[in-house]
Design a protein around this ligand. Structure first.
Ligand SMILES: [Zn+2]
Length: 385
């Protein structure tokens, strides 16, 4: 059994929009209150607050006159936000994520999660328990018939689009095992290079949309803050941003699916502990390129289909080592894209040579039976394909 999510656009009624806005606000408030309480408990008394304790805190707050408005929305998403906070802390302690941050109403993504006591799903009709009308869902792809719904998450992005992400438990047929293995070097010049000698170009969707973005930003700058024109211009800027994010996500999904379909073992560098992340300029490139999202997709798809992702220590000199003879070059500045090995005279493409070394190192890790999995809990599965 695996957890999978199916995401659909929804078109809430005006009444539903009001309820959702209230719910998002309450979810945020509860999350932030519990985050502050947990942080204080730790920094003042070195005490760890459990989920049960944050839940008791919520009950206490809801009984207070000044927070009576918390009772106007479904209590389920409020409880769920405490669970999300708990997962965020677990990921932090497992070193899979940074310290949880406070949520703001200006965040580009607002969401509320409902478990099955808070909604009904019958004959293809999805309805929140407290709503009069069902949700208007655009069923853009089919929900698997045998799938068991575990929860739904309703979200709104900065372009004011609403979505429902339906989490299901599903049987996934493992793919037929292959004998192929591939090494991948994530690059700055191209998105990636493989040990098969292929290169995949970055999509540069940002660069393409930059002119449009700059135009909308100039318009926004001329508006009076808070005016109607300002709000409309701001929404236009947000729409360019979400378009960029959508195109990038689609690119990453297609690429990760292709690699998983064609290879049994995929080896790449562990970016989490890479020095590159500490370099501010490079870490901007890494986030622009979507490397973390890409490795996350590779991992969960590998889990679904019975493939293996192996992470290689980034301090292994994958670029400077000649794959043909093992000689390690003294210096190889980032701008050198092709080099000739001084020991065996082999001419290398920097990134292809690196990916071949990564493959060899990954296979060595596998042969030694080292623990190569990392396992963030409760990963966002929205948009999974
Ligand atoms: Zn050599």
């Amino acid at each position: 059994m695996i957890n999978k999510a199916y995401k659909y656009r929804i078109y809430p009624t005006e009444e539903q929009k009001v309820t959702l806005a209230k719910t998002f606000g309450c979810v945020r408030f509860v999350y932030n209150t519990a985050l502050k309480a947990k942080t204080d408990a730790w920094s003042n008394e070195q005490r760890n607050m459990t989920y049960v304790q944050t839940s008791a805190l919520l009950t206490e707050i809801k009984a207070k006159e000044e927070f009576i408005w918390l009772n106007e929305v479904s209590s389920v998403p409020l409880q769920q936000s405490l669970r999300n906070l708990q997962s965020a802390f677990k990921n932090f302690f497992d070193k899979c994520a940074s310290y949880p941050k406070f949520k703001s109403k200006h965040d580009t993504y607002q969401s509320a999660k409902y478990v099955n006591t808070a909604y009904t799903f019958r004959d293809g009709v999805l309805k929140l328990a407290k709503d009069k009308e069902p949700l208007d869902v655009r069923w853009s792809r089919q929900l698997p018939k045998a799938a068991k719904l575990t929860s739904i998450t309703i979200s709104k992005d900065s372009s004011n689009r609403y979505f429902v992400s339906i989490q299901v438990e599903d049987e996934v047929a493992k793919k037929k095992p292959l004998t192929t293995a591939i090494g991948i070097d994530l690059g700055v010049e191209s998105f990636l290079a493989t040990s098969n000698g292929d290169k995949v170009k970055s999509i540069n969707v940002f660069r393409k949309s930059q002119a449009k973005l700059a135009k909308e930003q100039r318009r926004l700058a001329k508006k009076v803050k808070g005016s109607g024109g300002y709000q409309r211009a701001k929404l236009k800027v947000a729409k360019v941003h979400t378009k960029i994010a959508d195109v990038r996500k689609d690119f990453l999904h297609k690429l990760s699916t292709k690699l998983i379909n064609e290879n049994q073992v995929i080896c790449l560098e562990d970016l989490r502990i890479s020095n590159m992340v500490k370099n501010r300029r490079l870490s901007k490139v890494i986030s622009d390129q979507g490397w973390f999202e890409f490795t996350r997709q590779l991992q969960y798809k590998a889990d679904w289909y019975g493939r293996q992702v192996v992470f290689v220590d980034p301090f292994y000199p994958s670029s400077k080592r000649c794959f043909e003879c093992g000689h390690v070059a003294q210096r190889l500045p980032l701008n050198i894209r092709k080099w000739t090995c001084s020991a065996c005279n082999h001419e290398h493409d920097r990134d292809i040579n690196a990916s071949k070394n990564i493959l060899a190192a990954g296979l060595a890790v596998l042969a030694n039976g080292a623990n190569v999995r990392r396992n963030p809990t409760n990963v966002e599965l929205s948009n999974s394909q």
